[in-house]
Structure formats: structure tokens, C-alpha cells
Design a protein around this ligand. Structure first.
Ligand code: HEM
Length: 199
């Protein structure tokens, strides 16, 4: 896996010791040559598409609740977002910025949902998003936190449309998204490190 840096060079393949350190830091299927990349099964795609239709009209609330839950359970993540640093739960609930941010994130989920049968397109988008998140100051491990909070946010409103299979389908979709984002973040970190040791 190569990466572009400011000098438009390719990062060379990492040496074994660096790989060992990284594999402890984040277990990533794209990094392990023997294992298959994470995918969403045809049945899971079907369930996600059905479920999304039921959620889409209320998606801006889903975004707010997802992030409020995330900040409540992981206050350190709230501090990564400059506009939300130090805000109380009540202030967050009414924050226009949080609503706008939630909508951006949910809009991205929608893009992935709309491209479930075109994985090469969503992978490209997710790689770019992962690279951007290094700039935003998000830690690699934070990316895994969103899926469970999304599930927690949507579950109560879906009542009879919710079951274990649906929950697993959403969790799998977020794992899939996170796996690609994290690989791109790791690659960006490696390239930045390599460039800083060169100069
Ligand atoms: C599945 C997981 C996630 C998705 C789909 C996602 C999506 C997005 C999107 C679409 C944006 C708007 C800017 C852009 O397109 O680059 C954004 C911005 C941002 N994200 Fe994420 N994100 C995720 C996880 C996280 C996590 C866990 C953090 C924790 C620190 C985070 C921190 C940020 C920050 C700081 C910004 C910039 C502020 C802003 O645009 O409002 N993101 N994210």
C-alpha cells in the first residue's frame, strides 16, 4: 500500500517491526494479507436499505443523538471538536453546529448506503474521509465508537422493525466503513512520520 506525500513520492513498504507495533495499535483487515477485507453480506445490504428508508426523514435528530451519546460516554472525543468543547448536554441538544455536523456525518452514511453495490466507489470516498480525519485530530481508535452509538440512537424509534439481524447489519456496515477509514488514517500517519524523519 503506498501513499502520496507532499513530494509526491510513494511511501515504501513498512519494515516488520513497524508492522508489529501497528498491529497492536489497530487490528485492521486490509493490513493483514491473509485475511479477507470486511464486507457487508447481500442480506445485510437488503436490511440496511429497508431500514434506511424508515430513518431518513428523521436523520438530523439521529445525528444529534448519536453524537450526544458519543460525547456522554467518551468526553475526550467531545474535546476534539472545537465548537463543542466544554458544552453541557443541554447546550449540545440545542446546538445548530452539532445538528449541522450530525447531518454531514449522516449524509456520508447515506452515500455509503446508496453505494452498497459499488464498493470501489464507497472505498474511495472512505479513504479520503479517513485522510481528512487525521487533519481533524481524530484518533484511529475513535472511529470504532460511532457504530454502536448510531445503533443506540436509532433502535428506540424503529420498534417492530428492529431485531438482532438488523442490529448486526448496521454494526457490520459501520465496521466496514471504519476499517477503510482507519487504514487510510494509519497510512497517512505513517507517511507523515516517514517524511518528518527524512527532513
Ligand atoms: C463512521 C465514522 C465517521 C464518519 C462517517 C464521519 C464523517 C464526517 C464528515 C462527512 C465530516 C465533514 C467533513 C468532511 O467531509 O471531511 C466530518 C468532520 C469531522 N469529523 Fe467525522 N466522521 C466519523 C467519525 C468521526 C470521529 C469518531 C471523530 C472523533 C474525533 C470525528 C471527528 C470529526 C471532526 C473533528 C470533523 C471536522 C469538524 C466538522 O466538519 O464539523 N469524526 N466527519
Amino acid at each position: 500500500m503506498g501513499c502520496e506525500n507532499s513530494k509526491m513520492e510513494k511511501c515504501e513498504k513498512k519494515d516488520k517491526s513497524a508492522e508489529a507495533i501497528e498491529s497492536n495499535e489497530v487490528a485492521h483487515p486490509h493490513m493483514e494479507e491473509e485475511s479477507e477485507p470486511l464486507t457487508v453480506s447481500p442480506r445485510q445490504k437488503e436490511l440496511i436499505l429497508e431500514n434506511w428508508q424508515l430513518l431518513v426523514d428523521n436523520i438530523s435528530n439521529v445525528g444529534v443523538i448519536t453524537f450526544m451519546n458519543l460525547f456522554e460516554t467518551h468526553p475526550d472525543v467531545q474535546d476534539v471538536f472545537m465548537p463543542f468543547k466544554g458544552l453541557s448536554q443541554e447546550e449540545l441538544r440545542h446546538s445548530k453546529e452539532l445538528r449541522a455536523h450530525g447531518l454531514r456525518v449522516m449524509g456520508f452514511v447515506q452515500k455509503v448506503v446508496a453505494r452498497l453495490d459499488e464498493p470501489e466507489k464507497s472505498e474511495q470516498l472512505l479513504k479520503e474521509l479517513g485522510k481528512n480525519h487525521v487533519m481533524y485530530g481524530a484518533k484511529i481508535d475513535y472511529v470504532d465508537l460511532i457504530g454502536p452509538q448510531f445503533v443506540y440512537a436509532v433502535k428506540p424509534s424503529l420498534k417492530e422493525h428492529w431485531n438482532d439481524e438488523v442490529e448486526e447489519a448496521w454494526i457490520q456496515l459501520f465496521k466496514y466503513m471504519a476499517s477503510i477509514m482507519k487504514a487510510a488514517m494509519l497510512e497517512t500517519n505513517n507517511c507523515q512520520e516517514k517524511n518528518s524523519t527524512k527532513s
